[in-house]
Ligand binder design. Structure first.
Ligand SMILES: [Mg+2]
Length: 226
């Protein structure tokens, strides 16, 4: 039986746009205020790590006391939120808009599912908020990727069974979450790093929509998943 891909779930950071520079700038400002050396190399260790854990790493052995630890977390977020005001529709990765529009034309349902607590604001600044049927952010579930919870919630809210959903992700944790949710996955990034995904593209501008859908349907049809 031929199955259809009907639900399309997008991660935000590293998939629709790149906010890592803003996280870097916010941490750098905190580090400067605390007179702790911080540069881009140190920032590499912060990628995919929670804000709480990042601050612990930044402080090293220093103890700012529990109340000021919380204050620093809040301050970092407020700096970050200031920086993301710089996001414009031009910050959307090339080819994303085209793919979103093609999905719409075909009657697909679209969700964004991200751990970012600023998801709504970022997709609004990117000018694509109205392209999404469902918006899930860092507040939507307790257990984050690689747990499948957020993707399963997206599938439920889209009213599309997990086996007919595809997830677009740039992180291994996200691809694992998709697999555990029983969904197809498309990796956005390097082929070597994301080789566990069903398909991998360097960017959305590489995607030929009909060919991609054809390949996904083939996987659904012949791999007898779920
Ligand atoms: Mg990501």
């Amino acid at each position: 039986m031929k199955r259809k891909v009907e639900g399309f779930i997008f991660d935000l950071d590293g998939v629709l746009t790149d906010t890592s520079e803003f996280h870097y700038l916010a941490w750098k400002r905190i580090a400067e205020e605390l007179k702790i050396p911080f540069d881009r190399e140190k920032n590499e260790n912060f990628k995919g790590v929670s804000r709480h854990e990042c601050l612990r790493i930044l402080l090293g052995g220093r103890n700012p006391g529990s109340s000021s630890f919380e204050k620093l977390l809040a301050l970092k977020n407020s700096y970050y939120r200031g920086y993301i005001k710089r996001i414009t529709p031009e910050s959307l990765f090339p080819g994303v808009l085209n793919v979103l529009d093609r999905i719409r034309e075909k009657g697909g349902r679209i969700a964004v599912a991200s751990v970012s607590k600023n998801t709504d604001e970022v997709i609004t600044m990117l000018g694509v908020r109205d392209k999404f049927d469902v918006i899930l952010d860092g507040y939507s579930v307790k257990r984050t990727k690689p747990e499948p919870d957020q993707f399963l919630l997206a599938s439920k809210m889209l009213s599309v069974v997990p086996g007919c959903c595809v997830v677009f992700e740039d992180s291994l944790a996200g691809i694992e979450a998709a697999e555990r949710a029983g969904m197809l996955s498309v990796g956005i990034g390097s082929r070597e790093r994301l080789n566990s995904a069903d398909l991998v593209f360097n960017g959305f501008d590489e995607i030929e929509f009909n060919i991609m859908i054809g390949k996904l349907v083939e996987i659904l049809t012949y791999e007898h998943r779920l």
